[in-house]
Design a protein around this ligand. Structure first.
Ligand code: RIB
Ligand code: CA
Length: 310
């Protein structure tokens, strides 16, 4: 891939990705890394969820080595949710190794000395209110950062959330995994006062990622294509939810948005982890994706794949 120094590097958007890689998280990270002329990726922060934080942190380091972006620091996240222990990783969805049992060469660098919640605060201060956080896992690190640094909400421009749903959940009838895993944390994030773009299952389910995404692309690196194709296979060509959320930063028009007041139920009732969307114009805190142009998303994904050239 062309070195970032070859491109015009002014006016880039500072971003931080909070993730639990994770099969679909891989494609979110690949999008974040593929456009260095657009995005100044300040850090990748890891959390448990799809696997333990040890595994997701190693996966993040290995993914950045594969994508030739070891310039990006990885900050290791919490080892439990805000108020509960991690639940057992479900190998069916992300495999034993958190990456669909697809092997990626091991990185030989280690994570940043700062824990994720401090890295979020450090980066947010450096970016003077311009930082966009993309969170595609349980929101524990962000919630910890808000709890420990009350001024953080004035330092983050926007939070893009892969999470929630306006219809059926994937853990319970009402709750999507990222929110359900740490609903108290998600509640803190949605009530932080930072504008939220919520991309939930109601739209992500409509955009499965299939092997045909590679059609017509001949110049992609074999090692990258092999990993991507292996991940798509492992998930039986289902949606790569996290990449769909990130794609909104490359093309806002992929989604039809509803301005809303969105809150999270965190009461251990049958609605625990539900994202409730109200069209209350008096207290808007979010844009919720209610429609998706899947062809526009696929164009973004093909543009990304073409960036990983030999
Ligand atoms: O519900 C989908 C979300 O849960 C995705 O972020 C996936 O990686 C899992 O974390
Ligand atoms: Ca994820």
């Amino acid at each position: 891939m062309k070195a970032s120094s070859d491109r015009n590097m002014t006016n880039r958007i500072p971003i931080l990705v909070d993730t639990d890689p994770g099969v679909d998280d891989f494609f979110c990270i690949a999008l974040a890394c593929a456009f260095p002329e657009l995005f100044d990726v300040k850090a990748i922060c890891t959390i448990g969820g799809n696997n333990t934080t040890d595994v997701t942190t190693a996966n993040a380091l290995n993914i950045l080595k594969l994508l030739e972006r070891e310039d990006i620091p990885v900050a290791r996240g919490a080892d439990s949710y805000l108020t509960e222990e991690f639940s057992e990783p479900v190998e069916k969805f992300h495999g034993r190794n958190g990456l669909g049992n697809v092997e990626i060469p091991a990185a030989d660098r280690t994570a940043d000395p700062l824990p994720a919640y401090e890295k979020i605060y450090q980066v947010a201060k450096e970016c003077n209110g311009e930082l966009i956080v993309v969170t595609v896992g349980p929101e524990t690190n962000l919630a910890l950062a808000f709890e420990k640094h009350p001024d953080l909400s004035s330092l983050i421009k926007k939070i893009v959330v892969m999470g929630g749903t306006t219809d059926k959940g994937n853990v319970t009838e009402y709750a999507e995994a990222n929110i359900w895993h740490d609903a108290p944390a998600a509640k803190i994030v949605f009530e932080s006062g930072v504008p939220i773009d919520m991309i939930g299952l109601n739209v992500t389910r409509q955009a499965p990622l299939r092997q045909e995404i590679f059609d017509g692309i001949v110049e992609v690196r074999e090692d990258v294509k092999e990993v991507m194709s292996g991940l798509i296979n492992f998930r039986n060509e289902e949606a790569m939810h996290d990449s769909i959320a990130f794609a909104s930063l490359l093309n806002d028009k992929i989604f039809t948005w509803l301005d809303a007041y969105t809150y999270v139920i965190a009461d251990h009732s049958e609605h625990h982890g539900q994202t409730v969307i109200e069209e209350d114009k008096e207290r808007l805190n979010s844009r919720v994706a209610i429609g998706i142009d899947t062809e526009a998303y696929y164009r973004v994904m093909k543009d990304m794949i073409r960036r990983y050239t030999k």
